[in-house]
Design a protein around this ligand. Structure first.
Ligand code: NAD
Ligand code: DAU
Length: 403
């Protein structure tokens, strides 16, 4: 038997698919769009994006500036929770890739409502539109431009390792119980459970991915890595939560985008796939790496009051997606180097974001924390004052400065 044929996974999409990519102006969604269109195959993409504070049409500038790519992109500004916008777009699509979400844990602690609206109602609206199309396909009413019958759209829900909750020692597997602990991760868990229910109850072609902590160019500067790079470049303090020994598994943005595309084409209906980064590190080590690359001192780092309900560790087993033929391509050393270089070369991009609404957010999230912050000890650990900061946070008062 031909060995290649035996191991090449089935492609579940038609040869020149039309994808509806929601959240395609955000950090990872825009990388997904850029990667696919730059490849120059015949995939067409409609981006549906609400352009919230996190959405930025400029993230697609390279596509819009290249005529051959721009011809295969349509941009629609709109809300995934708006059925009147979603219905006609899903009718035209071979697959829906749902990146749209409110994505920042700290904001979900400040204001949870938008997380539920997009993460639960928005997912429900997309699924209902897919259900309508599945019924049309079953009735022979769903047809391509050439008049040929088209199957129901595939629905890929982008989820997160945060749905497993904090794991002390193990590597989470797809069948493990979900234990989300923040409004963000609870909304993400609700969204993917709803998607799964539409597979079980209505037989929709649903696939779910759970990606780990993603980093790279175009990431909004509210997140740890771009926040600390941009603060350090301005010699501003770096607010490290708690003892800074929380562990995350860092996944480069193009690897996350590629894994989702792989699951979109090859994932089995009704299945969940973990997307690990294979780079599990404590936050202190990530911060030390950034400072070394930027030539900035550790003294910029301040231990500040912890994130409430802060998950200590995420880590996943990625063997299920690897068995489908996907693997990480970018090491942490390579990815973090490219990220630091990109933020250095694109100051205009992040300075524009760090204006307007940013100041009010930053003050709300960090003013009291930084006022109560203390020196963060050494990069490797033994955080001076971490317990003092934690105690002060419990008492809702600023921590004393340690000498
Ligand atoms: P992001 O915040 O950078 O981008 C989100 C995008 O969604 C923005 O363009 C925003 O305008 C759009 N959006 C928000 N609400 C919308 C709505 N109601 N309708 C239409 N568009 C809307 O997020 P990101 O970091 O790129 O994450 C993308 C997805 O990947 C999210 O679903 C997130 O939960 C998931 N994820 C992210 C990570 C990570 O580390 N960043 C890891 C795993 C999974
Ligand atoms: O794990 C996947 C998740 O990764 C995604 O689902 C989320 O959308 C994405 O935002 C990210 O969530 P985290 O909360 O892990 O990422 P964040 O960059 O906010 O924080 C990373 C770690 O750094 C975490 O332990 C909290 C800490 N941190 C973060 C910020 C913003 C700080 O110590 N100080 C900070 O100012």
């Amino acid at each position: 038997m031909n060995r290649e044929a035996a191991t090449t996974p089935i492609d579940r999409l038609p040869p020149s698919p039309h994808l509806l990519v929601t959240g395609g102006a955000g950090f990872i969604g825009s990388a997904f769009v850029r990667e696919i269109l730059a490849r120059g195959d015949r995939t067409r993409i409609t981006v549906l994006d609400k352009l919230t504070y996190a959405g930025n049409r400029g993230n697609l500038a390279s596509v819009e500036a290249a005529p051959a790519q721009a011809a295969r992109l349509r941009f629609v500004e709109g809300d995934i929770a708006d059925a009147s916008v979603v219905g006609p777009l899903v009718a035209e699509a071979d697959a829906v890739v749902n990146w749209a979400a409110e994505s920042h844990v700290d904001r979900s602690i400040l204001d949870p409502e938008a997380f539920l609206r997009t993460g639960v109602i928005g997912v429900h609206v997309l699924l209902e539109a897919c259900r309508v199309e599945a019924a049309r396909a079953a009735a022979g009413e769903r047809r391509g431009m050439d008049g040929a019958a088209r199957p129901a759209p595939r629905f890929l829900q982008v989820s997160t390792d945060e749905v497993y909750g904090s794991v002390e020692t193990v590597y989470s597997r797809e069948g493990d119980a979900l234990d989300p602990r923040s409004p963000y991760s609870a909304a993400k868990a609700a969204g993917e459970l709803l998607a799964r229910s539409y597979f079980v109850t209505f037989g929709l072609d649903v696939v779910i991915t759970r990606g780990s902590n993603t980093y790279g160019p175009f990431q909004h500067p509210e997140k740890l890595i771009p926040l600390f790079i941009s603060n350090a470049m301005d010699d501003q303090p770096l607010p490290l939560y708690g003892d800074g020994l929380q562990r995350r598994d860092w996944l480069y943005v193009t690897d996350h985008a590629g894994a989702v595309e792989h699951a979109l084409h090859h994932g089995a209906t009704g299945e969940v796939y973990n997307v690990p980064g294979e780079a599990e590190l404590p936050n202190r080590e990530v911060v030390a790496e950034l400072l070394a690359r930027l030539g900035k001192p550790w003294s910029l780092v301040r231990s500040v009051a912890d994130r409430p309900g802060h998950d200590r560790r995420y880590a996943m087993d990625g063997s299920k997606l690897r068995a489908l033929g996907w693997q990480n391509a970018v090491s942490f050393q390579q990815g973090i180097g490219e990220t630091v270089d990109w933020f250095r070369a694109n100051e205009g991009w992040w300075r524009a974001i760090r204006s307007g609404e940013w100041d009010a957010y930053y003050a709300r999230q960090y003013s009291a924390r930084l006022a109560g912050g203390v020196a963060a000890g050494s990069p490797g650990g033994s955080p001076r004052g971490a317990e003092t900061v934690a105690a002060a946070a419990q008492a809702h008062e600023p921590a004393p400065e340690l000498g």
